[in-house]
Design a protein. Sequence first.
Length: 565
Amino acid sequence: MQRIMDKKLDFKPKLLQTLKHYSRQDFSRDLMAGLIVGIVALPLAIAFGIASGVTPEKGIITAIVAGLIISVFGGSKVQIGGPTGAFIIIIYGVIQQYGMEGLAIATLMAGVFLIMFGVLHLGTIIKYIPYPIIVGFTSGIAVTIFTTQVKDLLGMTIDNVPADFVEKWIAYGSHVQTVDPWSAAVGLLSVVVIALTPKVSKKIPGSLVAIILMTVAALLLRQYAGVTSIETIGDRFSISNTLPGAAVPEMSWDTIKLLVTPAITIAILGAIESLLSATVADGVIGDHHNSNTELIAQGLANLASPLFGGIPATGAIARTMTNINNGGRSPIAGIVHAAVLLLIFLFFMPLAQYIPMACLAGVLVVVSYNMCGWRSFVNIMHNPKSDVIVLWVTFLLTIVFDLTIAIEVGLICACLLFMRRMAETTDVRVISEEIDPEQEDSDFQMGNLEHLTIPEGVEVYEINGPYFFGAGNKFEEIMGALRHQRPKVRIIRMRKVPFVDSTGIHNLTNLCLMSQREGIQIVLSGVNPAVSSTLHKAGFDTLVGADNICSHINIALQRAQQLLH
């Protein structure tokens, strides 16, 4: 931690680097890419806003404010920020429990946490969250999003949809008779249009095509066929194109304490998704993003978004890839995308009231399918059992409970299974008579090992692997099995011990004290500098004697000979 604190602030926005060699041709490409991404982001921002439990304009405001800040201050050239499907479930849960003001406070806190992650250089550490956890909660979120959209997709009439996953499906089953055929047709046709559009043109977003076609169809059906059962955004929300003023929510210490857990979940989820998106983008454009700068930018975006009534935001993989595929190669494209959304918000937002809710549900069904990553899920099923356990635990907890519990328990399971796997790699063996030169590493060979025999009255134990709390019991079990033997000297070879923790030191100390009571001398062999420094700080060299900590087995055996005589 001290090493992290000593490092300087790693904040180098890619925009500043890009502008040094920026040309008119670069601007033309970024302008076109930003225009297309802005159009693609429009239906997604509306859909994510509504699915999260807020009004449609809040989704667009989030995409404008957060998208602009992430592009200006971010550590990736092509990252596009805004509301994403991954946040839907947690946002909805926070609103249900704490209201809009609670969501604003949680988002502000998440922004502070993200900035802290970047300042403390944790950008690279977050990447080490196990892949099964990422796939598990991403797939779980996808299933949950799909579940929340069934009612609108089929036009069901349900007064109060239960929050619980299982109860939701029970409610759907008991209200099948309320399915509206017209709404269901609009929703399912939207899915078909979105799926088929890329086969006609990859530059035109399928979600936009579906929204335009289904909105026109719903209007024609209402006007000329008298079909009024297709619910639209205007039937559920009042649409406004007025830009909100900045407002800081009232905070109290009690509220902050209540919202720490969801705020940390939002921050971790935002960090994972944004860095994952930036990493994928790097592979496509051949660049390297600055993870710490990106986290700081994400933090700034989540500080600004709730001040204008927005929701949490992060880097969006789909929009980022759309940006790249349409020629975007600098943060200018992201800035243009935010400007395009602002113009649409100011001049065309009232038209959004005619969009069918079933169509938006269809858009989110496609989003959930793309998010689920079922191929990755299936591939992990062929991995070691520990990965499969972590995957299923995270997936099921995300669905049955919530994302916060899933991430916490998933990380705990991953850590426990990792420690078990590390403990299994640590081996303790007893060398009774002679050391085999063929088993020695050339780096450790000194002298003629062919005649290196172990004198009578000396026992040699070798620890292979890290000597930490997960592996300490192994050594104690070996010693317990051989406790009837009473040598005069015990040599413990530690040449293949890369590190030792406090539990390892505790076990060694107990062994030394027990041996001293039995009149047995302990000698350590092959201790590397890092382990030797750790033992010295713990005062172990004073207990065992500095002369009895040897750098090589030859020296240890010579020391054993001296102790025998």
